[in-house]
Design a protein around this ligand. Structure first.
Ligand SMILES: Cc1ncc(COP(=O)(O)O)c(C=O)c1O
Length: 466
């Protein structure tokens, strides 16, 4: 989030914390937006911050986020023990670096990287950073391909569905790549393969397939994309690759749909990103990017850091970061194994399907996702009503539930939906309670005949949903 300096008008009182309660050290006032002159006792400072944060939503009732809100106490312990470790200091913390290496290998294996190649990868802060790195690698490879073919390079472009998450828009703008968005339609909320191929040309750095659209949880047809692009490459003599944005699905599909071909089993898939902090079940702050082979990661992008000791190849946008989330990811791999992840992802999928059935059974909604791909349920109010999903979202908030309402991506943006992400911690019991609260809220809205607020909320930038 980008924050602005808070300015006060002439004569307006300054913003102050005025915490006059229960402690002598809190008799005075403390500026909010300037560094206070004096110190506070640690306990008092803690209490002030802690109390203010009570106004945040309750993570356990946050049905909006894909990101983990809970880990086992043993993982909490490991993270607490490693809070002071900087992951980039590989010489000082060689075992933390080794755990990252093991995670990359585990993921490359899980995603069927060819055994005869040398796949490479790294930890990132999340899928967004992973996508920036993968996009950069595709852009550099395109530049080299173009030079090798003796063509003069035009403006590079990337082809992707209009339903991409905002990080793809950012990548295109920050790294000066023309985004070519494949339009959605009334009844297709993911990439259309033929439409995508028709946008590819000699300046296309790659085509993106999403394993689990942020909007509806649907998997894009990645195998069909691979096959159609293969045929295109053969006809045109080009070598346009596929990148898979598996931010959420990368930790779901391998366990509940192991036969679905979306990963390095498909020859054109050159790189995959996944969020460790989503269905990888780690707290916010970790993602991964894996390349099929080191040949897909141009050497020029790798920086060799050596000033704190031995030579360490790095490819990251930032330098320092905490090692805790990477260590927690390794803990999960060790603790859960394939069976553990399969058990959790199967249970979440079952909960999502049951929730979808219950929401359907109310007769008030049209369902756009029923938990068949990602464990996500997405639904719109049926028919014309004097209230909208935004009102329903507000009404549920009064009970503590955070269920986002938003419009679908361009071309389907006249459809306003709500989405429930079933992630670890959302039990069947909680899902049942949510449905009861939805019914109660609807009864109240019907009785009140609230005026629609849709127009106001439609201005919300929906690619920002995460
Ligand atoms: C499909 C997809 N890609 C990328 C992202 C960005 O992921 P992160 O929040 O890990 O940066 C998201 C976030 O929800 C997503 O759903």
């Amino acid at each position: 989030m980008l924050n602005k300096r808070v300015k006060r008008g002439a004569g307006e009182p300054p913003d102050l914390l005025s915490p006059i309660y229960g402690s002598r050290s809190l008799e005075g006032v403390i500026p909010k937006y300037e560094l206070p002159e004096g110190e506070l006792p640690a306990r008092v400072a803690y209490q002030l911050v802690h109390d203010e944060l009570n106004l945040d939503g309750n993570p356990a009732l946050n049905m909006a986020t894909f990101v983990s809100t809970w880990m086992e106490p043993e993982a909490d312990d490991l993270m607490r023990e490693t809070l002071g470790k900087n992951y980039v200091d590989a010489d000082e913390y060689p075992q933390s670096a080794e755990l990252q290496n093991r995670c990359v290998n585990i993921l490359a294996h899980l995603y069927h990287a060819p055994g005869d190649g040398t796949s490479v990868g790294c930890a990132t802060v999340g899928s967004s950073e992973a996508i920036h790195l993968a996009g950069l690698a595709m852009k550099w490879r395109w530049k080299k391909r173009t030079e090798a073919a003796g063509r003069s390079a035009g403006v590079p472009n990337i082809v992707m569905g209009q339903n991409v998450q905002v990080c793809w828009e950012k990548f295109a703008r920050y790294f000066e790549v023309e985004p070519r968005y494949v339009p959605l339609s009334e009844d297709r909320f993911v990439l259309g393969v033929d439409e995508a191929i028709s946008m590819v040309d000699e300046n296309t750095i790659g085509v993106v397939g999403i394993l689990g659209s942020t909007y509806t949880g649907e998997y894009e047809p990645i195998k069909e994309l691979n096959d159609a692009l293969s045929a295109f490459n053969e006809r045109s003599g080009l070598a346009v690759p596929v990148h898979v944005d598996a931010a959420s699905g990368g930790f779901v599909a391998p366990f509940v749909a192991p036969d679905l071909e979306w990963d390095f089993r498909l020859p054109l898939v050159c790189s995959i990103n996944v969020s460790g902090h989503k269905y990888g079940l780690v707290y916010p702050g970790v993602g991964w990017v894996i390349w099929r082979d080191e040949a897909y990661l141009p050497e020029e992008l790798i920086f060799h850091v050596n000033y704190l000791g031995g030579d360490h190849p790095t490819f990251n946008l930032n330098f320092s970061r905490g090692a805790g989330q990477i260590i927690a990811q390794y803990y999960n791999f060790l603790r859960l194994g394939r069976d553990g992840y399969t058990g959790i992802m199967s249970a979440l999928s079952a909960t999502a399907r049951r929730l979808a059935d219950a929401i359907d059974a109310t007769g008030h909604f049209d369902l756009f996702a029923r938990g068949t791909d990602l464990p996500v349920v997405c639904f719109a109010l049926r028919g014309d009503r004097p209230y909208s999903v935004f009102d329903l979202s507000d009404a549920l908030r009064e009970r503590g539930w955070i269920v986002p309402a938003y419009t679908l991506a361009p071309n389907a943006e006249h459809i306003s939906v709500m989405r429930v992400v079933v992630r670890e911690g959302v039990s069947q019991d909680m899902a049942d309670l949510l449905v009861e609260d939805i019914k109660r809220a609807l009864e109240r809205l019907e009785a009140q005949s609230v005026r629609p607020t849709t127009a106001r909320r439609h201005r919300t930038k929906t690619r920002g949903v995460c």
